[in-house]
Design a protein around this ligand. Structure first.
Ligand code: F6P
Length: 325
């Protein structure tokens, strides 16, 4: 029996521990593990290799993905999916573990419909925006990187009596900015999921500044630059012109996607992968996604994951309400 692993879409910390656990756990279960390099693009091009212990030695603590990733347009076309299937056949692979987001799961679901290849999708994206799971691999590491950066920026802001605007990633989802605002003691949190009132924030901040506040920390989600809420440059302008405080912006960018995986992400990687392999070795005949809910792992259909847009927990949003007024 042969199972392959691949990573697809935006990389995140935790992918390497997952790849290592995959190889170790397959060998323990007397299954031949394969590595598919370069995501769906590599699947099309036949970048597939039987894994050895050497391939995964010493990667547990490294960020990114040793087998690399891609965002593939070609995989939307049947002829390339057929080529990908023929590549798998050459190695006798009929099961895949894929780490990625819902777009990658949808692509493999189509592949399953075309050729019957079984797969389990492991939610892996710093955005934490996949419906049906409370946790996606990589989020804890990203949050810790944002925490470290925010703590550092706060130090220099306090030294200069400045405000700082820190923009996080997350695509359209404000989860990273929200949790960071709560855990880093921010004064403002701007995310697409929460309505805010600049007038009332302004009154609160002016009062606090008059009362001895020396600096202001604002967390903003990158999704704000696209839709309804105030963008980072506009927030900087507002702080300088309306609140009267010198302000600097820090756009954290891709630094949030790298870095050594935290203990939590290493543990989650191990659990996500072992349960996924167990599932594939059982009588599993379709495409599923492993999700983490209320401290337990379970398997759901791709249709379930795609049925709704991810929503941030109400109780978390509640905690940040005082930062939007
Ligand atoms: O989905 C992960 C993510 O890092 C998003 O937060 C961000 O919007 C996007 O990917 C960036 O993509 P790229 O690496 O292609 O610039």
């Amino acid at each position: 029996m042969a199972i392959a692993i691949m990573t697809s879409g935006g990389d995140c910390a935790g992918m390497n521990p997952a790849i290592k656990q995959f190889v170790d756990y397959c060998y323990t279960n007397e299954v031949q593990p394969y590595l598919i390099y370069d995501g769906l693009e590599g699947l099309i091009d036949g970048a597939i290799k039987a894994a050895t212990y050497e391939d995964v030695a010493g990667i547990m603590h490294e960020g990114g993905t040793k087998i690399r990733s891609s965002r593939s347009k070609r995989f939307f076309e049947y002829e390339y999916r057929k080529q990908a299937f023929e590549n798998l056949q050459k190695h006798g692979i009929d099961k895949i573990v894929i780490l990625g987001g819902d777009g990658s799961f949808r692509a493999l679901n189509q592949f399953h419909k075309d050729f019957g290849v079984n797969f389990v999708g492991i939610p892996a994206t710093i955005d934490n925006d996949i419906y049906g799971t409370e946790y996606c691999l990589g989020v804890d590491t990203a949050l810790n990187i944002i925490r470290q950066a925010t703590d550092a920026v706060r130090d220099t802001s306090a030294s200069f009596r400045r405000a700082c605007v820190i923009e996080t990633m997350g695509r359209d989802c404000g989860y990273l900015a929200l949790v960071s605002a709560i855990t880093c003691g921010a004064e403002i949190c701007i995310i697409p999921e929460l309505e805010y009132d600049l007038d009332s924030i302004g009154k609160r901040l002016k009062g606090e500044l008059a009362n001895g506040r020396k600096y202001i920390v604002c967390l903003v989600a990158e999704g704000c630059n696209k839709d309804k809420c105030i963008s980072t440059p506009n927030l900087v302008r507002w702080l300088e012109e309306d609140i009267g405080i010198e302000t600097r912006a820090t756009i954290l960018g891709h630094v949030q996607r790298g870095g050594n995986p935290t203990v939590f992400d290493r543990l989650m990687a191990s659990e996500f992968v072992s349960y996924s392999i167990d599932k594939l070795l059982s009588d599993h005949k379709e495409g599923s996604v492993i999700v983490y809910k209320k401290s337990e792992f379970e398997f759901v259909s791709i249709e379930h994951v795609n049925s709704q847009k991810y929503k941030i927990r109400e109780d978390l949003l509640e905690l940040a309400k005082r930062l939007v007024n």
